[in-house]
Ligand binder design. Sequence first.
Ligand SMILES: *Cc1c(COP(=O)(O)O)cnc(C)c1O
Length: 391
Amino acid sequence: MNKLAFLQRELESLHKENLFNVIRTIEGPQGAWITVNGREVLNLCSNNYLGFANDIELKEASKKAVDKYGVGPGAVRSIAGTQKLHLELEKKLAAFKHAEACIALQGGFIANLSVIPAITGEGDIIFSDELNHASIIDGCRLSKAKVVRYAHNDMADLRQKIIKNKDSAVRMMIITDGVFSMDGDIAPLPDIVDIADKHGAIVMVDDAHGEGVLGDSGRGIVNYFGLEGKVEIEVGTLSKAFGVMGGYITGSRILIDFLKQKGRPFLFGTGLTPADTAASIAAVDILSRSDTSVKKLWDNAEYFQKRLKEAGFDTGSTETPITPVMLHDEKTSSVFSRELFNAGVFAQSIAYPTVPMGKARIRCMLSASHGKEDLDFAVDKFISVASKLDL
Ligand SMILES: *Cc1c(COP(=O)(O)O)cnc(C)c1O
């Protein structure tokens, strides 16, 4: 008897509904161009915003760390696995983010699973933007707090829901993505902080797509809005703009001391490898001395979005280098993506259920590693595929 036959049926229904995700294999490093199934294609899919994933300085730092510290930390950090490198990374990240302290974790996903259940529990209420990332949703599920979703970036709705629930809450926390990864829009953080202060709610922002992108030298959304010291919890990832792998939380010394005692993934999971840690340190060092790559990313974003708009494409409500090209129809979007790939451009179709029905789009992720000629190539292919499909 095959006890997992029900999984086969689930897979078949995914295929039937055209929702089965075929995962492509990349050969070689991340960059402007990547090799997929033996073919070189222009890469508009990665979160390698600053090109750090294959940066020489990061790679050298990794290699040196492996020689000096080996490949694995050997134990959870609270027992015998905290290496000098971990502390150096935390110190540098805290300084970079203008925060008191930092805890580095195994990923951005894990950072949300660490902090949300550690500081909220029974009797508390979490107010969560309806478009928050899956890891925030899962972090909330691990907490015993009640979760109240508010309409995306809708401050009137947030205010109303806080007022309605306030009296039944021990503590309240508002959680939002900094930059929303499907549309590229930015959370109205100054308004959120305002509302939170009025009602005594804690504010947490997950800035996975704002890190390395927004603010002075990519310090993120809190710096961008001049809110340093006013947001209690900042979650970040080392896996996107920083180009490596890992996550972190910055905030007050008290918060970080507490998470090092109570954050379960920190206590019960081995920490970052020396190679990841050293490469992340190198990334922070680069950003701390120069904003060249951040500027290049924004130049590229402005150029690409302007050219797409001139060609008649709708880039939705983006305010960042995340560039959705709205096609609305699910089937059209999936065919468009396949045609782009055949033409040498790797750009993923994002459709229901990741975004609402009727809001399918090709999502283009820009990087400082792209040159103008790469972006021209991409726009030309968008134009030729659109005309081929009679759009
Ligand atoms: C990508 C992402 C994460 C997960 O980060 P990893 O470091 O890849 O685990 C968490 N939150 C948001 C908002 C993200 O976009």
